[in-house]
Design a protein around this ligand. Sequence first.
Ligand SMILES: Cc1cc2nc3c(=O)[nH]c(=O)nc-3n(C[C@H](O)[C@H](O)[C@H](O)COP(=O)(O)OP(=O)(O)OC[C@H]3O[C@@H](n4cnc5c(N)ncnc54)[C@H](O)[C@@H]3O)c2cc1C
Length: 311
Amino acid sequence: MSAPSFSDIQMHVVRPNQPVIGKVVESTPCLKGRSASYVRHVAIDVSGTPLAGSFCVGQSFGVIPPGQNEKGKPHAVRLYSISSPSWGEDGNGNVLSTTCKRLIDETSSDDPEEHGLFVGVCSNYLCDCKVGDEVLVSGPAGKRFLLPEDPAKHDYVFVATGTGIAPFRGMVMELLEHPDGPKDCQIHLVVGVPYGTDLMYDDWFRKMEEDHPGFHYHTVISRPEVGRRMYVDQYIVETVEPFHEVLAADRTLLYVCGIEGMQFGIYKLLETLGVSGGYVTLPEGMESMVDCDHAAMKKVRPGDRCMVEVY
Ligand SMILES: Cc1cc2nc3c(=O)[nH]c(=O)nc-3n(C[C@H](O)[C@H](O)[C@H](O)COP(=O)(O)OP(=O)(O)OC[C@H]3O[C@@H](n4cnc5c(N)ncnc54)[C@H](O)[C@@H]3O)c2cc1C
């Protein structure tokens, strides 16, 4: 097995209890057309702070929203995946970005009279921020969801649901746009969203696919207007070429990012294809499990070639 090695990375150079000020320099919609979701690409200039130059693609950073929670305490930090490459949006590591989805829901209550709107604190704050606004930030966080030190030694399967796409934007940039980046590796990005209009950075990924023969962009829609519902794990199992071969290869690294519930399907698919040994150690009896068993999930141990970031 070719286990990847990772370069030393920095973590927590700015703690959430002593955040620094970043300035929003870009906020643009990530979705095209009309969608029931609201997702923005938000870029924040952290130049002059310890965060500048210290973050790495695949890590996340913290945002501390202003105001207080219902207990009268300052709001807690929220983490957001960095969607820029390690050199930032500006090329010098001064501007990091993320892909922020507004959390908007109906309030959940047993009282039928209670049917207000639940509006997530930080995601809506960040999406509301205008260019020029100051934001309290911390980080970086995360030490495992990283690209390997020698990226040319590997091929990649990236699986994203929802805003799990964020780190893969930066990783695809880093692998394909760096002048010294790997030239011959194969990268498969599988993106799952409910509706076609929920695809994020879709035009950019399509352009990258046109320009780079080794990059393959797969979109999987779980609630299509016509046709069959499809989920990312189902898609990979059913799309024999190229996934079965690429996942069976020792040099392939698997990255999974997005909705927590996606893990079960991914682990099951690895087992179905008979390749789980390279990526995860699964608890006994998982092969016969039909629905996600949370106790069993806690016993899953990702291996060297599997990187998971779910929330
Ligand atoms: C490592 C990591 C990376 C992340 N990356 C990203 C990213 O790139 N992009 C992104 O958008 N998010 C990302 N997140 C999620 C992000 O940190 C926040 O959790 C998210 O933005 C929601 O925060 P909020 O403050 O808006 O919601 P909050 O105000 O914190 O509300 C969320 C809470 O409300 C509860 N809730 C939800 N609906 C209801 C309801 N109807 N009634 C009552 N309670 C409800 C939820 O259970 C949850 O506990 C990431 C999280 C982690 C851990």
